[in-house]
Structures are given as structure tokens and as C-alpha cells.
Design a protein around this ligand. Structure first.
Ligand code: SF4
Length: 272
């Protein structure tokens, strides 16, 4: 739970019961901080486990860099779907070597996966959106529940300018499905600003980025995009319309999420 604490660098947070109020208080405290300071402040002001889900995109790599650099107590976990690019596994290993830290991996339930493959075959996700979502559910969404079990807050690498869907995420929101806070420290950052941090700190990133891949997920469902295309156009490109999300960032209990629970960030000066 959030607690009241004074901090030398900012005013105390006054908190009232209720997750939405907590989200609002936290968003106000984080809005004008840098993303690295946001993570540190979140950790300082929140009791209970804080989890970063790392997909080895440039955003996650930068967040992981700051967490290691500042030795912030955050549980870093990745969802290994079993269908990642070889380059992603190489980056995973390189990241562990660079930071001297193992990254916790969560895998699909083998019974559910075997049942899925029996029903739809190894590449059955191309057959229909429903089949694709069934695969994402078994390989990603359900493992996410185990990754986040018992957490007080979930940190992600979402940025507002990745898509119109993600623009709705806010800096801090309430994850009504899981009863926890969801924090997106890079919400008001551009990809260029993130890449500048990568370059300045020589942070390892996926070698596929140099080949035109921008948002990188499972190998069979990701392709390179043309310059100027929306970032997530390389994901599930065979599907027409709809959002380009696998379900990880989709709220199911929308009725329980009021507008006030999504708190936009004010631009942090220097975010680019
Ligand atoms: Fe399955 Fe593709 Fe979703 Fe990965 S991205 S879980 S391979 S449908």
C-alpha cells in the first residue's frame, strides 16, 4: 500500500484509501520527475513488490538500465513465449552479462500450450484473429498473471506516441483486473529520446532494430516496417484494423475503470 513519506526532493504525498486516489497522488508526485526518478520514487513510496515486465524492446532496456544503475528494488521479469527471435535470446543473455543480474522468466503452462497446439497446430495463429488471441492468451496473457501475482505495481515501457490505444494509458493508472497500480515511466517520452539514452549509455539493444524492426515480439508475428510507418505496424500485420495489442495491456473489466484512474503525465522537461 502507499504510505505517506517526506522526501527531500519533493513535497510529501498525501494519500487516501482507494486505488484511484493512490494513482492520482502518485501521478502528481511523478509527473515532473525524470523516468529514472519516477521509478525510484515509486519504489520509495510504495510497499510491496514492484514488477517490471521486460520484453527486450528499447524502452525496457532503458528502464532496466536505470533500475540496475540505481540498484532499485524492482522484480524484473520476462515472458518467454517460446517463439521469440534468436536475436532476442542473444540480447537477453547479453543483458544479463552486462548488468550481472539474472532476469526472471515466466513460461506458458505446458498443459495449456499442448492443448493449444493440438487444436490449432504450431502456426495456427495465422488462421483467424480468434486463433491468434488464443495463442497470445496461452503464451503471454496467462503467464503475465503469474508474473504479476502479489505485486503492488506493474512498471511497463509503454509510450503515448506508440499508438492511439497506448495514448490512453497515462503515466499512472489503476489496473482494475489485477487490483494494482500500473506505471509507465516513459509515457511522455519519444522513441528518439529513448534511443538517445541507449546511445549515451551504450545500452545493449536487439540487433534486429538495425534491420528495420521497431516493435519486436514473437518471431512469426513480427516484421520490419518502412520508415515513417506507425511503430506497431510490424506486429500481426496480416490482421486488418483493430489495435495491435496481444492482450497484455488490455483491460478486461473496463466498467470498473473510471476516467479519473488514468492520470496523464505533464511533459518532463528534457524528454525530447
Ligand atoms: Fe502466439 Fe504470435 Fe501471440 Fe506470440 S505474438 S503469443 S506467436 S500469436
Amino acid at each position: 500500500m502507499l504510505v505517506e513519506k517526506s522526501n527531500r526532493d519533493s513535497t510529501p504525498i498525501t494519500l487516501r484509501p482507494g486505488l484511484a486516489e493512490r494513482a492520482g497522488a502518485l501521478a502528481g508526485a511523478l509527473a515532473n520527475l525524470s523516468p529514472a526518478e519516477r521509478i525510484a520514487r515509486l519504489r520509495r513510496d510504495l510497499d510491496g513488490p514492484v514488477v517490471l515486465t521486460l520484453g527486450f524492446g528499447v524502452e525496457g532496456q532503458v528502464l532496466f538500465h536505470w533500475i540496475c544503475e540505481r540498484n532499485i528494488d524492482v522484480d524484473v521479469v520476462t515472458l518467454d513465449t517460446g517463439r521469440l527471435f534468436p536475436e532476442t535470446y542473444e540480447l537477453w543473455a547479453e543483458t544479463e552479462r552486462r548488468y550481472g543480474r539474472k532476469i526472471r522468466a515466466v513460461y506458458p503452462d505446458h498443459v495449456a500450450l499442448e492443448s493449444l497446439i493440438e487444436k490449432q497446430g504450431i502456426d495456427g495463429f495465422y488462421a483467424s484473429k480468434q486463433a491468434r488471441q488464443a495463442c497470445c492468451d496461452v503464451r503471454k496473457t496467462r503467464p503475465l498473471e503469474r508474473a504479476l501475482a502479489g505485486a503492488s505495481a506493474w512498471i511497463t515501457g509503454l509510450r503515448a506516441d506508440q499508438s492511439s490505444e497506448r495514448r490512453k494509458a497515462g503515466l499512472v493508472s489503476v489496473d482494475a483486473d489485477r487490483g494494482m497500480l500500473k506505471v509507465n515511466p516513459l509515457f511522455d517520452w519519444s522513441r528518439e529520446a529513448v534511443l538517445a539514452v541507449v546511445k549515451a549509455n551504450d545500452i545493449p539493444i536487439n540487433s534486429l532494430h538495425a534491420k528495420g524492426f521497431v516493435s519486436i515480439g514473437c518471431a512469426p508475428c513480427t516484421r520490419a516496417i518502412q520508415p515513417g510507418e506507425p511503430e506497431r505496424n510490424g506486429r500481426w500485420w496480416w490482421e486488418n484494423g483493430g489495435n495491435r495489442e496481444c492482450g497484455l495491456h488490455v483491460q478486461r473489466k473496463r466498467g470498473r475503470v473510471s476516467k479519473e484512474t488514468v492520470v496523464p503525465a505533464t511533459n518532463y522537461a528534457g524528454c525530447g
